[in-house]
Design a protein around this ligand. Structure first.
Ligand SMILES: *[C@@H]1O[C@H](CO)[C@@H](O)[C@H](O)[C@H]1NC(C)=O
Ligand SMILES: *[C@@H]1O[C@H](CO)[C@@H](O)[C@H](O)[C@H]1NC(C)=O
Length: 464
C-alpha cells in the first residue's frame, strides 16, 4: 500500500514535471525565434517521418529533437513563425517547403520586408533574399565627388550632411526656388556703362560691416526672397554709409509677398522687387526666418502689416512677430534695373554701387561645391539623364578676382553669396568662372537703389 502510494506520488511528480516542461516549451513556442529564418535547413532530414506521423491542430507534445532544440509536427507549427520540423511540409502536407528569405547586410541577417536607407534610396529585402533598392539619383553621389576631386576642374567637391539622403529632384525642388524671368522681364532695358577694371574686388572689403553674411534657406525653395533681401540689405547699408545696416527679412517676403508667388515652393524676383518697393520689409531680427520642418514647406501667415505715410513711404502698424525685437522699421527700395550681360559692366556696377543679384542655372554637381572656381563639369555625362538635371536659382554677386590654375593660365571668377548656410562652399560663398556666362550667371543681373534719404537716416538715429 505504502509502495503503491509512493509509486503514484512519483508518477504524479513526473506528470507534474512534464507539465512544467510543456508549459515552458509552449510559451517558448510563441516567443522564441523561428527555426527556419534561413529557409529550410536540412530539408532531407527525417523528423516527422521518424516520429511516426503528424498531429492535427495544435499539439504541443507533437515534437522531435532538432539540433539543440525541438521542432513540431502539428498543423499549428507554421502559424506565426515556423517551428515546424524540416520535413513537416513534405511529410505532413505533401507540399514543397516554403523558403523564408533572408538578406544579409554587414554580417547581420534581415527578413524579407526589412528596409534600410542607402543615401537617398530605400532598400527592401525581397523574396529572393536580395536587397532591392530604389534607383533615384541622389543629391550627393559619392562617385561624383570623387570624379570632381580626381579631375583638374579647378574646384573641389565635398559631402554635406544636410544634402545626404536627399534625391537630386528634392534638391532641385527644395534648395533653389527662383523662377526663370518671363520674356517681358528679360527685355528690361539694360543699362550701359563704361568701366575701369580692377583685377580683384570684394565688396566686403570695400564696405566692411555693410555686406551681410549668407543665410540658410534650408529646405525652403525661396532663393527668390533670400537673394532679393540680401542685395537690398547690402545696398541700403552702403547707401546710408553704414548709418543703417539692416539685414532684411526673407521671411517677410516669403509670407507676405504671396501674389503670384510660391513662398517656399519658388517665386519670381520681379515680384519680390515689386514688394520691396511698394510695401517694403522689416529686418530679419524683427521677422526671423523659420526653417520649415516639413517638406514641402508650408508658408506661415503674414505677420507684418504696414500703411502708407505719404510719398510712397510706409510704416509698420503691428509689432515685430517676436518678443525680443521692437525695431519694426520698414525698408523699401526703388525699382530695380537690369544690367547688361557684359562682364565689365557688371563689375563696374558692383564696384560703384554694391552687390548685384544674378540668376543662375544650378546643375547637379553644384550642390557638392566646396572650394575653388566652379564650372559645371562633365563627370556625369556618361550617366542617364536622371543624374543630369538643373534648376533656376538666384544669388548675390559681391566681387571678382583672378588666379593662376595648375597650367599657369589665368582663371577669372566671380565671388557670390549663396543661401545654403555658412557651412556650404567657402563660408557660404562660392567662386564661379567669370566672363564666359558660366551657368548663365551673366545673363540676368539686377541692381537696385534703396530708398534712403538723409531724413530717413536722421529718423533712424532718433529711434535708436
Ligand atoms: C502553413 O503551410 C501552408 C502549406 O505550405 C501554407 O499554405 C501556409 O501559408 C502556411 N502558414 C503560414 C502562417 O506560414
Ligand atoms: C556624407 O555625410 C553623411 C552624413 O554626415 C554620412 O552619413 C555619409 O556616409 C557621407 N557620405 C560619404 C560618401 O562620405
Amino acid at each position: 500500500m505504502r509502495l503503491m502510494l509512493l509509486v503514484i506520488a512519483v508518477f504524479l511528480l513526473l506528470v507534474e514535471g512534464s507539465m512544467v516542461v510543456r508549459t515552458l516549451s509552449r510559451s517558448r513556442r510563441e516567443l522564441a525565434s523561428p527555426l527556419h529564418v534561413g529557409g529550410i535547413r536540412d530539408p532531407y532530414g527525417s523528423y516527422c517521418q521518424r516520429r511516426g506521423g503528424c498531429c492535427e491542430g495544435r499539439n504541443d507534445q507533437c515534437t522531435m529533437l532538432y539540433l539543440d532544440t525541438i521542432c513540431y509536427c502539428d498543423l499549428f507549427c507554421n502559424r506565426t513563425v515556423s517551428d515546424c520540423c524540416p520535413d513537416f511540409w513534405g511529410h505532413c502536407l505533401r507540399v514543397p517547403p516554403p523558403y523564408i528569405s533572408v538578406c544579409e547586410r554587414n554580417g547581420h541577417k534581415f527578413h524579407s520586408g526589412a528596409t534600410y536607407k542607402e543615401n537617398c534610396n530605400l532598400c527592401t529585402c525581397g523574396p529572393n533574399g536580395q536587397w532591392n533598392c530604389e534607383q533615384h539619383a541622389c543629391l550627393i553621389e559619392p562617385d561624383m565627388i570623387q570624379a570632381v576631386n580626381r579631375g583638374n576642374y579647378g574646384w573641389r567637391a565635398a559631402n554635406y550632411s544636410e544634402f545626404w539622403g536627399m534625391t537630386l529632384d528634392e534638391g532641385l525642388r527644395y534648395r533653389l526656388g527662383t523662377q526663370r524671368p518671363s520674356r517681358a522681364i528679360m527685355s528690361m532695358n539694360e543699362i550701359q556703362q563704361c568701366y575701369t577694371a580692377l583685377g580683384y574686388f570684394n565688396a566686403a572689403e570695400k564696405w566692411p560691416g555693410k555686406i551681410h553674411e549668407p543665410l540658410d534657406q534650408g529646405n525652403c525653395a525661396a532663393s527668390w526672397a533670400f537673394s532679393t533681401a540680401a542685395v537690398a540689405s547690402d545696398r541700403i547699408s552702403i547707401q546710408s554709409m553704414g548709418h543703417m545696416t539692416p539685414q532684411l527679412s526673407p521671411q517677410n517676403l516669403i509670407s507676405c509677398d504671396t501674389r503670384n508667388q510660391g513662398g517656399c515652393a519658388g517665386g519670381r524676383i520681379d515680384g519680390a522687387w515689386w514688394y520691396m518697393r511698394r510695401r517694403g520689409v522689416v529686418t530679419q531680427e524683427c521677422y526671423p526666418f523659420s526653417l520649415p520642418e516639413q517638406t514641402p514647406a508650408e508658408v506661415s501667415r503674414c505677420m507684418m502689416q504696414s500703411r502708407s505715410v505719404g510719398r510712397g513711404k510706409r510704416q509698420a502698424t503691428v509689432r515685430c512677430p517676436n518678443s525680443y525685437s521692437y525695431h519694426n522699421d520698414i525698408y523699401q527700395s526703388t525699382p530695380p534695373y537690369r544690367l547688361s550681360s557684359n562682364e565689365k559692366e557688371i563689375m563696374k556696377e558692383i564696384m560703384e554701387n554694391g552687390p548685384v543679384q544674378a540668376i543662375l542655372d544650378v546643375h547637379e554637381d553644384f550642390f557638392t561645391y566646396k572650394s575653388g572656381i566652379y564650372r559645371h563639369t562633365n563627370v556625369n555625362f556618361h550617366k542617364s539623364p536622371q543624374y543630369r538635371k538643373h534648376g533656376t536659382h538666384s544669388v548675390r554677386i559681391t566681387g571678382w578676382g583672378e588666379e593662376r590654375d595648375y597650367n599657369g593660365r589665368t582663371q577669372k571668377y566671380w565671388i557670390a553669396a549663396n543661401s545654403w548656410g555658412k557651412n556650404w562652399g567657402e563660408d557660404g560663398y562660392f567662386r564661379i568662372a567669370r566672363g564666359e556666362n558660366e551657368c548663365e550667371i551673366e545673363t540676368f543681373v539686377i541692381g537696385v537703389w534703396g530708398r534712403v534719404t538723409m531724413e530717413d537716416i536722421a529718423q533712424h538715429h532718433l529711434k535708436l
